[in-house]
Design a binder for this molecule. Structure first.
Ligand SMILES: Nc1ncnc2c1ncn2[C@@H]1O[C@H](COP(=O)(O)O)[C@@H](O)[C@H]1OP(=O)(O)O
Ligand SMILES: [Mg+2]
Ligand SMILES: [Mg+2]
Ligand SMILES: [Mg+2]
Length: 306
């Protein structure tokens, strides 16, 4: 069964276990205490956990799927990793599911895998570890189709640390229970570390009943999926394709929508520009278009020109 399953199913099943292994690395680096922080730019830190988790993920996926294009946030990594970091086992429970017909015949050259080994690095270095996620996004022919969002520091009721959420368009989601956000309120989730005056203007026009400021694209989309917020607004460039590919796929597999602030989907082919230059707008209801129209034209024009 496992080796005969369609490629997308095998990639998803290996990515689930690889994201979990990366989560262990992220917890271990924090435990050991020396984060090895390097500044890549303004408000853009990288730690030993980002570097090591990326090596683990890319080495494992490359070994099993050598002809598939993989793009990771931390650039070209040394893939000569210890055996302990090489994940070869696929998640068997995931493989038992039926592959949606649309993806059954996808070939290696149709795929791009977008890897954010640690989303929410600023929050990781500041102790907001529950905002941290590992993101593995799977694009087929330009579109975000499948995604894994692993939360290394999520405390399960059993006491176990970490949980792994997946989504595949046409199949659905797993690893959590989707909840609808409360009716009669409008709660926005947004950045806590990359705001500016223009972005704030876009948030303000919604006149939200509550604005949650949290780190990471993965964590914000989880808040939408678990009914903590109605919309995710990020009206500034800065996040990249590896930040949105997995969250977009998981959210949309559950009926939500993730686009730029003009309501257009991003493209995820191998040659696309990495920056999401027109920000992010994500929602769970069926009023995405209305939300887009609320963002003032001057904000949309200014974000597009940044
Ligand atoms: N200006 C920026 N420079 C670099 N990364 C950014 C920037 N803005 C957002 N990001 C990435 O998008 C994620 C979501 O942004 P925010 O938390 O501000 O809403 C951040 O955790 C960060 O990912 P990462 O932590 O993987 O570098
Ligand atoms: Mg980063
Ligand atoms: Mg990120
Ligand atoms: Mg990252």
């Amino acid at each position: 069964m496992a080796t005969n399953a369609p490629l997308i199913m095998r990639i998803m099943a290996l990515s689930i276990n690889t994201a979990k292994r990366a989560g262990v690395i992220i917890r271990d680096v924090l435990k050991q205490g020396d984060l090895g922080i390097v500044d890549k730019g303004k408000n853009d830190p990288q730690t030993e956990a980002d570097r090591s988790a990326q090596r683990c993920i890319i080495a494992s996926l490359t070994k099993k799927f050598p002809s598939i294009k993989i793009i990771g946030e931390e650039g070209g990594s040394d893939l000569n990793v210890c055996d302990d970091w090489l994940v070869g086992e696929q998640d068997e429970a995931f493989l038992k599911q039926i592959c949606p017909a649309a993806w059954q015949d996808a070939k290696p050259e149709d795929f791009v895998i977008w890897v954010d080994p640690l989303d929410g690095t600023a929050e990781y270095t500041q102790g907001y570890v529950e905002h941290v996620t590992v993101l593995i996004g799977i694009a087929i022919k330009n579109s975000a189709v499948g995604g894994i969002i692993h939360q290394p520091f999520y405390k399960q009721s059993s006491g176990e640390l970490g949980r792994t959420i997946w989504g595949l368009k046409g199949l659905g989601t797993g690893g959590f229970t989707p909840v609808k956000p409360p009716a009669g309120e409008f709660i926005i989730t947004t950045t806590r570390s990359h705001s500016n005056a223009l972005h704030q203007k876009a948030v303000d026009v919604f006149n939200a009943s509550k604005v949650l400021k949290v780190g990471g694209a993965g964590f914000k989309v989880l808040q939408l999926l678990e009914g903590k917020a109605h919309a995710y607004v990020f009206a500034t460039p800065g996040c990249k394709k590896w930040d949105t590919c997995a969250p977009e796929a998981v959210l949309e597999a559950n009926g939500g929508t993730l686009t730029n602030i003009n309501g257009e989907h991003y493209e995820y082919h191998a040659d696309v520009e990495h920056v999401n230059s027109r920000g992010v707008l994500a929602s769970v209801g069926n009023n995405h278009k209305e939300l887009v129209e609320k963002i003032p034209l001057e904000v949309r024009q200014a974000v597009g020109a940044m």
